[in-house]
Design a protein around this ligand. Structure first.
Ligand code: UGA
Ligand code: MN
Length: 352
């Protein structure tokens, strides 16, 4: 092999003196030439028909399509993968998201928009915590490929606290309540219980969802519950379900005891349940922020207080699987902007 390479070298470097000093370099060049030749023969020439610009697959003999289709689950329910429009009998999904002006609002809403844009028959009700609709959110929704409803309602003084975090949390301030209720009112004003079918789901603007969740929650007959990652002070919070599809107990480090607000009857995060639209429409007096006795909800009790109006623990329907998480209660960190004040003009020209 080495001899063959040396003969190849002689072709390129006929001068014996040069050859002596450049032996090593020459072997490297010749090896690269041979590799290129082998790659071409094994389908490297495919580059003329496939304009592949991503990183090279780990084996050059495998073509890209094969590599990325390996064990791909059935995503035919998504918009892009499906060849036919969604069936008229597919229940609609209404997603209600409260949002407020903050440094990371645009990135959070962009991420959520792009996830939701993959899901057919979905209406996104975005409710700003603001007296009027902001340009940022209006513009973002106008570019987002999701059917959306844009509302705004400013949080009233009742839910405001002048205390700094975490003190205001300790003294009972809940967030996004009036915004979610504005979403519920919009549904009640625009749909009639007799001829509307669908499922209502609440998600905060900074959470993350796997699109497969929507196939699960569409099956909700009354109220469904499922796992939520990074909620309740543990890796995930959610139901432990039996084969009959009913809740046996709640996942937590010790069963039947949830680490966060252990007194909750239905210990679940806001992103961990879905309610059938007919229940929302049939009980127009039910709003978030009040328990069944009419008392104001405390921090951590919003979800259980709402669900107790509609259901009991025994009636809850399990969706998803015990061993999988399809939605995460994440929080976007505030970016470090300590040098920003040096460049005030940049911010004015770039919408971040
Ligand atoms: C947790 C729960 O996930 C929320 O569903 C619940 O409303 C909240 O606690 C609470 O008990 O107050 P967390 O991540 O701690 O949420 O709170 P944020 O994400 O800051 O706020 C929840 C939602 O309300 C977000 O969509 C956020 O944009 C919105 N929000 C927040 C407002 O509309 N106005 C605000 O002043 C702050
Ligand atoms: Mn949040």
């Amino acid at each position: 092999m080495r001899r063959a390479l040396m003969s190849l070298c002689r072709l390129f470097l006929p001068d014996a003196g040069l050859r002596r000093y450049a032996n090593a370099l020459c072997v490297v060049v010749a090896t690269n030439l041979l590799t290129a030749l082998v790659f071409y023969q094994h389908g490297g020439g495919e580059r003329t028909t496939r304009n592949w610009v991503g990183p090279q697959p780990y084996s050059s003999s495998r073509n890209c399509t094969q590599l990325y289709n390996l064990n791909r689950p059935d995503y035919s329910f998504l918009y892009r993968a499906s060849s036919s429009p969604p069936s008229p009998s597919l229940p609609a999904v209404f997603v209600i998201t409260p949002t407020h002006t903050c440094t990371t609002q645009k990135v959070d809403l962009t991420s959520l928009c792009q996830t939701l844009s993959l899901v057919p028959k979905l209406t996104w009700i975005v409710v700003e915590d603001s007296r009027t609709k902001t340009k940022l959110v209006s513009h973002l929704l106008s570019k987002c490929m999701v059917e959306s409803v844009h509302l705004s309602v400013a949080t009233s003084t009742k839910y405001k606290s002048s205390l700094p975090w975490p003190l205001y949390r300790m003294f009972g301030t809940v967030r996004g309540v009036e915004q979610r209720n504005a979403g519920l009112r919009w549904l009640r004003e625009n749909y009639h219980p007799k001829n509307s079918s669908g499922v209502v789901y609440f998600i905060d603007d900074d959470n993350k969802i796997d699109v497969r969740l929507f196939s699960e929650i569409r099956k909700t007959k009354e109220v469904s519950v499922f796992n939520v990652g990074f909620a309740g002070g543990v890796y995930y919070e959610g139901p432990v379900c039996g084969e009959d599809g009913r809740v046996r107990e709640w996942h937590s480090p010790s069963a039947e005891w949830s680490i966060w607000a252990s007194s909750r009857k239905i210990p679940i995060d806001m992103a961990g349940f879905a309610v059938n639209l007919h229940l929302i429409l049939a009980r127009p007096e039910v709003l978030i922020g009040r328990d069944v006795r009419g008392a104001d909800s405390r921090v951590g009790q919003l979800e259980t207080d709402l669900l107790e109006h509609f259901t009991t623990r025994e009636r809850l329907e399990c969706r998803g699987s015990n061993s999988e998480v399809l939605v995460w209660h994440t929080k976007t960190a505030d970016p470090n902007l300590k040098h920003e004040f040096h460049y005030p003009s940049d911010r004015a020209s770039v919408a971040v």
